[in-house]
Design a protein around this ligand. Structure first.
Ligand code: SF4
Length: 452
């Protein structure tokens, strides 16, 4: 289904859509409040943007440096060209360990690679340990937001899910009670798992270490209890030096949730004695995106989610309306690069207001790339209804006579035509919107009469 179709489904529940919009806006406001405490915020953004630009321009060099240093630290480094290879590497490690249950902290990359269904088909139970992810896992849903995966659910929904899955008291919506139940449930899973999977927020080429950021400490809990840690990272999650980390850690938490720092920023440099540490470097279309000059800098994204929280379309249409692993403005410029046809409606799910670019901590020109994708998609699609109407508008706007006549015709006819004709199924704009009252005369006619 296209974005407009999915959005229509979401908007059927008006009260929930309003609540979703307001909830995301609260997160945006929190972000604003925290960044205003830092006078050098804009300098940090600029610096982060430059570090990422530099890294992307020498990505091969830094990736090899990371591999060398990580290997010297005792980390087993693997390269995966695509999602399938990524899943196969994990499957192989689990087979060698005869492992049937794993714990996994939040990783958008494993969502992108569809790791959970891959492992489920092979008899491996994957337990997502981030609270939001565990909730949607109970529902067999994908995340609707990259930082707050269950943001589309209310406390009452979660209470119902926990009542069904964890046997909690019916109707108890107390967050402390519910999180306590989740903690007991997850602790059991942590104790059983021999392998823990995490994502990677930043990998440092200079030291061969990587950093995982969580607010719940679930990545640390899983990794410390398991014998084997597998970390999965997209090849763009790289920074050259350890001293660059401070720039990104300060930007990430503030942009994501309005916190001054994420609760746990855990550094992994080498395996603990007697344990194994694997790092999988995944391409899955990233080098292709790197080769697209206009869209290259979308790879600077640090997955903070700020562009989603501010986007008037995301807030009002919900994460599932995008139908892609990464929703919202950044998803709308990444996804067409993966499958132009499937995601062709996403770049149009934007007002092009530029708010996404304004909040982006690494200064990605998101709204400009959305506009660029629109042009690519229009070219690829050939003639369309919209293209035809634009051609007609072009003919009308370039001839003053045609413009005057069409204005007169529309003013006369729109007043008298029945709604069933004006708001016909071809009029996508008119779905959920009404035309304003029409003026009696054109501005030109009014000006002629009234000018001094
Ligand atoms: S594009 Fe920018 S604002 Fe959006 S998630 Fe990525 S880093 Fe955050």
């Amino acid at each position: 289904m296209s974005h407009p179709e999915n959005a229509t489904v979401f908007l059927k529940d008006k009260a929930r859509a309003k609540w979703h919009d307001e909830t995301l806006w609260i997160v945006r406001e929190k972000r604003d409040a925290t960044i205003h405490q830092i006078p050098e915020w804009e300098k940090l953004r600029e610096l982060a943007s430059q570090i990422k630009d530099h890294t992307l321009s020498k990505l091969d060099f830094y990736l090899e440096e990371l591999e060398r240093n990580a290997t010297a630290n005792g980390i087993k480094v693997h390269w995966a060209e695509n999602a399938e290879e990524h899943n196969q590497i994990i499957g192989r490690i689990l087979r060698e360990k005869n492992c049937k249950t794993i714990v996994k902290s939040k990783s958008i990359l494993t969502e992108e690679c569809h790791l959970n269904p891959y492992l489920a088909e092979r008899g491996v139970e994957v337990v997502d340990t981030d609270l939001g992810e565990r909730i949607i896992q109970f529902l067999k849903q994908p995340p609707s937001h990259i930082v707050m995966p269950a943001i589309h659910l209310k406390k009452s929904d979660i209470s119902d899910i926990f009542h069904e899955k964890l046997n909690t008291e019916k109707g108890n919506v107390d967050p402390v009670y519910l999180t306590h139940a989740a903690r007991l449930h997850l602790r059991e899973k942590f104790l059983q798992a021999k392998v823990a999977i995490t994502g990677v927020n930043f990998a440092v080429a200079e030291t061969g270490e990587f950093v995982v950021c969580t607010n719940e400490g679930n990545a640390d809990m899983g990794v410390h209890l398991a014998d084997t840690h597998i970390a999965c990272m997209g090849i763009e999650k790289l920074i050259p030096r350890r001293k660059d980390l401070g720039v990104f850690l300060r930007l990430l938490a503030r942009s994501a949730t309005g916190q001054s720092i994420t609760n746990y920023n855990s550094h992994f440099r080498s395996p603990s004695p007697g344990k194994e540490l694997h790092l999988i470097l995944v391409n899955n279309g990233r080098t292709k995106q790197l080769g697209r000059e206009k869209f290259r800098n979308s790879l600077k994204c640090i997955r903070c989610g700020a562009c989603m929280n501010t986007c008037p379309i995301y807030r009002r249409s919900g994460g599932f309306s995008y139908g892609s692993t990464v929703p919202g403005p950044i998803g709308s410029i990444l996804s067409p690069g993966i499958d132009l046809k499937k995601y062709s409606t996403l770049p149009f799910a934007s007002t092009l207001c530029g708010s996404c670019s304004d909040v982006c901590p690494v200064k990605i020109n998101i709204h400009e790339q959305l506009y660029e994708w629109r042009q690519e998609i229009t070219k690829a699609n050939g003639s369309s209804l919209k293209g035809l109407s634009m051609k007609m508008a072009n003919g009308i706007f370039k001839s003053p006579l045609a413009y005057r006549i069409s204005g007169q015709l529309m003013r006369a006819s729109l007043k008298n035509l029945p709604d069933s004709i004006i708001y016909n199924p071809l009029n996508a704009w008119g779905k959920g919107r009404n035309l304003p009252d029409l003026p009696e005369e054109s501005f030109k006619a009014w000006y002629k009469k009234n000018r001094p």
